[in-house]
Design a protein around this ligand. Sequence first.
Ligand code: AMP
Length: 213
Amino acid sequence: MNLLVLTGAPGAGKGTQADLLVENLGFHKISTGDALRRQISLGSEIGKQASGFMEKGQLVPDDVLLKILKAELEDGSGEKVLLDGYPRNLAQAETLETLSDQYPVKLAIHLDVDQTLLKSRICGRRVCSSCGSPYHLQYNPPKVDGVCDKCGKGLVQRPDDSEDKVAVRLDVYRRETEAVLEYYRERNKCVSIDGSGATDVVYNRLVDVVSGL
Ligand code: AMP
């Protein structure tokens, strides 16, 4: 199994682009954010430990994430696995390296998007309350207002996508996650892609990188 790390600030489009790679190119996606939200809706012990941090826009402690990551990797199938949202700090990058015999990181792809665009992308983001499909009020609206095109259920705003939480999350990104880029750059394993523009334009840039692997 080879891992591709998809990294970038909140709102850079990691989830949307990862879904496209899954749909079109047969990748398996592991999203630690999605896995944590599943644990919260199940009311599990892990979910209880994580929810307070997530509501505030802060990182969930590394030991909780390691449990989530290991479970997801063990359940994972296929050769090409995308990591969406992990590692998010230097300690997590180092932890992932300790698993490299079994799960080597082939490349980290950085979706690069400027701050102003990030804020408008996140604040306008909506997700389906049932199937999790992503939308945006301006850039990718559903056909019927507030209703998921795929399953017909209602769209909601993630509680951590509100303006005040977004500021915290962008700050966490700058303080903690940018170091992850440096970590992979030093190992010649990081490629930056311009993440601005329409979804399909960014996707084509991504495919150019991924197909060369
Ligand atoms: P995401 O859906 O990737 O934006 O993640 C939503 C939230 O889940 C983050 O703001 C964190 O609170 C938590 N989270 C997801 N992945 C991680 C991680 N690797 N380390 C710590 N917290 C995480």
